[in-house]
Design a binder for this molecule. Structure first.
Ligand code: AMP
Length: 397
């Protein structure tokens, strides 16, 4: 999907009330303290740009899953406090989303100031994308800015519905996501190497299919590799298998051949006795995985061949770990891939959300990657070539 959307820089915001949909869905401890404020920090460039350009800023977000009811456990109060610290002036929190408090604060917000609405998911209308709710939310502002990539694949009132009523553009976070990922898919620096891992084939069906249209090499690792090996007629012992996806896997193997895409599957694995961190394991060739063992990571030969494939690549898109990286003994494959990408000179590296992001961060390679997507589900749908409602609704350039 190629998006060419207007951003905050393409619209006059001075003196205008601007509703920004942010992703303030931050992790909290049992006392409600924010344990990691990276999402808040990531939203600051867009917010500051609007403040500097004398907009009247109205912020909104969801937090957790209050299931359409007011539940103060999911209040955005800690977010308002964090924003106050980061922005250096008091960010007032409305006690509702579209009620009297929101309307009164939104009508009194001054140029260069910001207020925050309560959790949009306190209303069940939010996730239902109820038009009346979206209209009321939109009525608080003159312009809508979506900067929450993590929810851009959802057609909710605050992520898409509001755009039907007021001019809608993207913030810097979404702009970066669609520019970098869009280019990687539509006009990549070649060779384009796609690396897919993680637990299940079924989660990545659309992604594999779409990337086979675009990439030069596709590398398959993680639990899903075993369904591919089985499809090739190999015995995989007790490794993860999605029996009903073997014919799909075979179809993808054949599609790769037809398209001239190099598909790399594991040739050896770490085969463990049980699914446990301290399980004994052996290095097994994929032609002879013992009946009573399960592959929990790629083996040294496979690491070498995958590393070789990354070497010399122009663009790498990576989604999903190569093994059960949560267990130290079975994290070597994932670390080796992260290491190879991080140290590849001149490569455009895109880490597409979820567990591969966690792995890259854990290894301290975040700064060495071109782009780490801020949305797991949204980046998968983007790679799948699906339309993201939270982006499709924005004004075209
Ligand atoms: P996903 O959310 O689809 O990216 O999958 C990530 C999960 O896949 C992680 O929790 C990994 O532990 C798991 N995983 C990776 N490789 C394997 C494997 N060989 N067997 C079982 N689970 C795996």
């Amino acid at each position: 999907m190629k998006y060419n959307k207007k951003s905050v820089e393409d619209i006059n915001v001075t003196g205008k009330k601007v509703l920004i949909r942010c992703d303030f869905n931050v992790p909290q401890d049992e006392n409600g303290n924010i344990t990691n404020d990276k999402r808040i920090v990531a939203s600051l460039p867009t917010i500051k740009y609007l403040l500097e350009n004398k907009a009247k800023v109205i912020l909104c977000s969801h937090l957790g899953r209050p299931k359409g009811k007011i539940d103060m456990k999911f209040s955005l109060k800690p977010v308002a406090e964090s924003l106050t610290k980061h922005l250096g002036f008091p960010v007032k929190l409305a006690s509702d989303v579209i009620g009297e408090s929101a309307m009164s604060l939104a009508s009194s917000v001054k140029e260069g100031e910001a207020i925050l609405l309560e959790n949009v998911r306190f209303h069940e209308e939010e996730e239902k994308n109820d038009p009346e709710f979206a209209k009321k939310l939109a009525s608080l502002a003159d312009i809508y800015v979506n900067d929450a990539f993590g929810t851009a694949h959802r057609a909710h009132a605050s992520t898409a519905g509001v755009a039907a009523y007021i001019p809608a553009v993207c913030g810097f976070l979404i702009q970066k996501e669609i520019t970098i990922m869009g280019k990687a898919l539509e006009n990549p620096k070649r060779p384009l190497v796609a690396i897919l891992g993680g637990a299940k084939v079924s989660d990545k069906i659309g992604v594999i299919n779409n990337l086979l249209e675009k990439c030069d090499t596709i590398i398959i690792g993680g639990g899903m590799a075993y369904t591919f090996l089985k499809a090739e007629g190999l015995e995989i012992g007790k490794s993860l298998l999605e029996e009903d996806k073997t014919s799909y896997a075979l179809e993808m193997i054949n599609k790769a051949k037809q398209k001239g895409v190099k598909m790399l599957l594991p040739t050896d694995v770490l085969a463990a006795d049980t699914f446990a961190a301290d399980s004994p394991y052996i290095i097994a060739d994929c032609t002879s995985i013992p009946e009573d063992k399960m592959g929990l990571d790629i083996g040294p030969k496979t690491i070498q061949s995958y590393t070789n494939a990354i070497h010399g690549s122009g663009t790498v898109i990576w989604n999903g770990p190569m093994g059960v990286f949560e267990f130290e003994n079975f994290s070597k494959g994932t670390s080796a891939i992260a290491n190879a990408i991080a140290n590849e000179n001149g490569v455009i590296s895109i880490i597409g959300g979820g567990d591969s992001v966690a792995a890259v961060k854990k290894l301290g390679y975040s700064d060495k990657m071109t782009h780490i997507s801020t949305g797991g589900g949204a980046s998968l749908e983007f790679l799948e070539g699906l339309e993201l409602p939270g982006i499709a609704c924005l004004l075209d350039k």
